[in-house]
Ligand binder design. Sequence first.
Ligand code: GDD
Ligand code: MN
Length: 407
Amino acid sequence: MPHATPASSTHPESPLVPIRIPFLPQLGPIQLSLVIPTYNEASSIRDLVSQLCAHLDANLFGAYELIVVDDDSPDYTAKLAQELQQEFPQLKVICRHQERGLATAVLRGWQAAQGEVLGVIDGDLQHPPEMILKLWQQMQRGADLAVGSRYAESGGVSYWSLGRRIISRGAQLIGLAVLPGILGRVSDPLSGLFLVRRKSIAGIPLNPKGYKLLIEVLARGKVGTIEEVGYIFQERQNGQSKIQLQTCIQYLHHLIYLRFSLGPLGSFLRFSTVGLSGTFVDMALLYLLHDPTNLGWGLMASKLISSEVAILNNFLWNDLWTFRSVTKLQPGALNRLKRLVKFNIICLIGLSLNSLLLILLSERLGIHYLLANLIAIGIVVFWNFYLNFKLSWRVTEVKPNPDKNNL
Ligand code: GDD
Ligand code: MN
């Protein structure tokens, strides 16, 4: 039962660990599990549930479930939803305590879901309930993901001010700039109304931040066919939006987090960040060892030590973070030592290459030495990344090829 805790934005965005949606152990009668995330939606929940049930009963009687996931709303939404269960036995209610966050609430509901198709709809009636059937039709036609879109044909928003439209489109544009291959797959990537096939996301660690679960699903899921259905985003009749400044910051955090996580560009960004940390280690140590106010050692010896310590620093972070997926496949101290030796050699060659390039660019080509150094560093970062990617953190297990064995 929900407690009468005060409205709290101090609850942690949680859980901090990724969430995995389980595979279905066996097919049951439930085909569609629709999650309704709620926070202070006591004034809408009854209408929403009864409208959804009316639509779904006509087409999917006995084959769907609704799951309200409430975060211990002070207005007793969870209690109200529990009372509705007598009238609507297909309704389940989960109440999270000490946790907040729209996207993780939905995932919590999906974890408990039994359907092969998982869905989400807002709890405030801003998403028209009849949309679920239209999206369901798309799933029946074989889509992996069916998205309710404000920007597809016959979609839109109701009475949004110009400012609100600009903010919404601006957020989408920022997302497109950071993750074009992901947000570009749908016309309304910020939508919170969609159905997805369980098999597209089951077993995959999902770690969304804030509101935008669809981005996480598009980024990490195995989503093939996508269909969109236009809808008009309704005005809120009751209650208030929970969007705050924090929600916008979480959105940016989510985008950056994904950008750093995904694909070779993500690895390169992690590698470059580690490289930057190494530069600070190098500078600080050089200052400590060489500066007359500190130890005052010779420049050459100081530089050698500071470079080597920076290389060790970089190796550690790259091993634990940048290339952790490869590291996991090759555990053990010996493997780590091998990677360290390769990394060290590549970086030392890189260091010499850096000086060589600097001289070449500044003295032969007449480029200003600072600009020349910047170019040289850029080239060497690529060199270091590429070679380490190919040599140090390479997956070495090669599956035996039966044809070759016969040769
Ligand atoms: N459990 C839980 N926990 N639910 C939450 C939380 C939370 O921390 N925060 C918000 N919700 C619920 C709300 O109660 C509502 O049912 C739904 O999530 C959407 O929240 P709103 O605060 O009403 O969002 P909005 O109307 O401003 O924004 C919507 O607009 C977008 C339009 O594309 C969201 O629905 C987005 O999902 C949607 O994409
Ligand atoms: Mn809303």
